[in-house]
Design a protein around this ligand. Structure first.
Ligand code: TYD
Ligand code: MG
Length: 451
């Protein structure tokens, strides 16, 4: 690769210009120039390398150093058992969702455990953070607050304080002097991430970086950083509800399908150790058509969620379909199967499907639950007797096996369910106090519950 000059490169065709242009002179695309800094002479831009020669894999020592506990079991599990020293973790999420709160609690917990923490904020003054820390009860001697947006200053302080944990809130407010464009631009975000990454590797410290999901299609948001960092976590939830879900979408040191569940309270985020009971808080007090409980699997952990459907006649020409928490196209497919295999005429009905509590289900194992919720609402028949259902639906109306069926059944039994409808498969265990019913087709499940 030829040496990069300081200036602007088109992100579509790579065309170079020393001055910013609105339209690329190479390919004609608009708004594609991104600023990049030239490498200082003789400075190899090494991010993770150590300069060691290649080694046989059997002679490489595994991760050196212990993982650092964040003091929150939910977060530790999502990270794969704590933070690995020398790694950079990106925490993304909408503004106001609670990223700063989470990291301040982590900073407090790590500080109380006797490790030095530097909390850098480019968004709030140290007094604001202190107020919040007081409220969260996370003040301790080892926690250093620093309100700064200059990356050079942060690097200097890291060198003098020598912390084990560095928190940078947020990447969009940081700027490096080498790049002229404003903080929050793609060039700055990229440059600052690279330098923080190098800082983490060189000094072997844990770095947490906050990235706001920006309105403009995530242009200078966490998306441009995802490929550079070690771990990407997203903090999700409805701002008006108290439930927050922490999801890992990339993890170089662990599995990516774990979630952590938190509740936002007056005194910060509280871990929800038993999310099923949270999601089903008022289920069972209502006996209404269109509600079905499904044991889904989030990572290695089973979770009981309530799927609600509402089917009603269309009053205007084209039927309306809306889903929240489940995939729209998957729901359309399930409705087609219901129509074809069970003869439910949904074609001139509006249909709405919602997952209670703001959870998002991606597993096909929820298919049967969605189908039965729709059928229940269409027929106006209640699914009786504290029943949970699970199963993947095939196009011919067959119910296909699901993974980890024993975990799902156990979770349902623990939460007081009396019956669980599952696919016909081999490893279905008998659980005390719970009747398991195996079904092979959608029609079988339908007649079992609604006849
Ligand atoms: P914040 O962590 O500032 O969000 P972010 O850094 O992601 O932008 O959290 C903001 C919201 O959290 C704010 O609307 C108030 C709420 N909150 C609580 O409900 N309880 C608390 O103890 C704290 C600190 C914040
Ligand atoms: Mg914040």
């Amino acid at each position: 690769m030829p040496a990069r000059k300081t200036g602007y490169y088109c992100s579509a065709c790579g065309h170079f210009t020393p001055r910013w242009l609105g339209r690329c002179a190479g390919c004609g695309a608009w708004n594609t120039y991104v600023e990049e800094a030239a490498l200082p002479a003789g400075h190899a831009r090494r991010v993770t390398g150590t300069g060691d020669p290649p080694l046989p894999v059997t002679e490489v020592s595994p991760v050196d150093g212990q993982r650092l506990s964040t003091g929150m079991a939910e977060l530790d599990r999502v990270l794969g058992g704590g933070v690995v020293p020398g790694s950079l973790v990106l925490l993304g999420g909408d503004p106001g969702i609670g990223k700063s709160t989470l990291l301040l609690q982590v900073a407090g917990a790590v500080g109380s455990a006797g490790n030095r923490v530097l909390y850098v904020s480019g968004e709030e003054s140290t007094r604001q953070i202190k107020l919040r820390a007081d409220r969260l009860g996370t003040c301790c001697r080892e926690l250093y607050l620093y309100a700064e947006t200059s990356l050079e200053a942060v690097e200097e302080q890291v060198a003098s304080i020598n912390p084990e944990l560095l928190v940078v809130d947020s990447i969009q407010t940081m700027f490096g002097a080498e790049i002229a464009s404003a903080p929050g631009s793609v060039g700055q975000v990229r440059e600052c991430t690279t330098r923080l990454m190098r800082l983490a590797k060189e000094r072997s410290i844990c770095v947490f970086v906050v990235g706001h999901v920006t309105k403009e299609g995530m242009i200078a948001g966490p998306r441009v950083m995802e490929h550079m960092v070690d771990v990407v976590l997203y903090f999700e939830g409805e701002r008006h509800q108290s439930l927050r879900v922490l999801r890992s979408v990339k993890n170089r040191f662990g599995s990516t399908n774990e979630i952590g569940v938190f509740e936002m309270s007056g005194s910060g985020l509280r871990e929800v150790a038993n999310p099923s009971s949270f999601f089903l808080a008022d289920h069972g007090r209502r006996d209404v058509a269109g509600s079905v409980v499904v044991p889904v699997l989030e990572g290695t952990r089973p979770l009981l969620v309530e799927i609600q459907a509402l089917v009603c006649p269309t009053s205007f020409g084209v039927p309306r379909r809306m889903t929240a928490g489940v995939d729209y196209n998957r729901t359309a497919l399930i409705m087609a199967v219901l129509e074809k295999r069970l003869g439910l005429m949904l074609g001139n009905c509006d249909a709405y499907v919602n997952v209670v509590g703001g959870v998002r289900i991606v597993e096909p194992a929820a298919d049967l639950g969605i189908a039965l919720a729709l059928a229940s609402s269409f027929r106006d028949r209640v699914v009786e007797g504290r029943t949970a259902v699970v199963g993947e639906l095939g196009l011919t109306g067959e119910i296909r096996p699901v993974t980890a069926v024993e975990k799902r059944i156990r979770e349902a039994a623990q939460l007081g369910f009396a019956r669980c409808v599952v696919p016909r498969q081999k490893d279905v265990p008998a659980e005390a106090g719970l009747e398991t019913v195996q079904v092979a087709t959608l029609a079988e499940a339908f007649s079992l519950l609604f006849s």
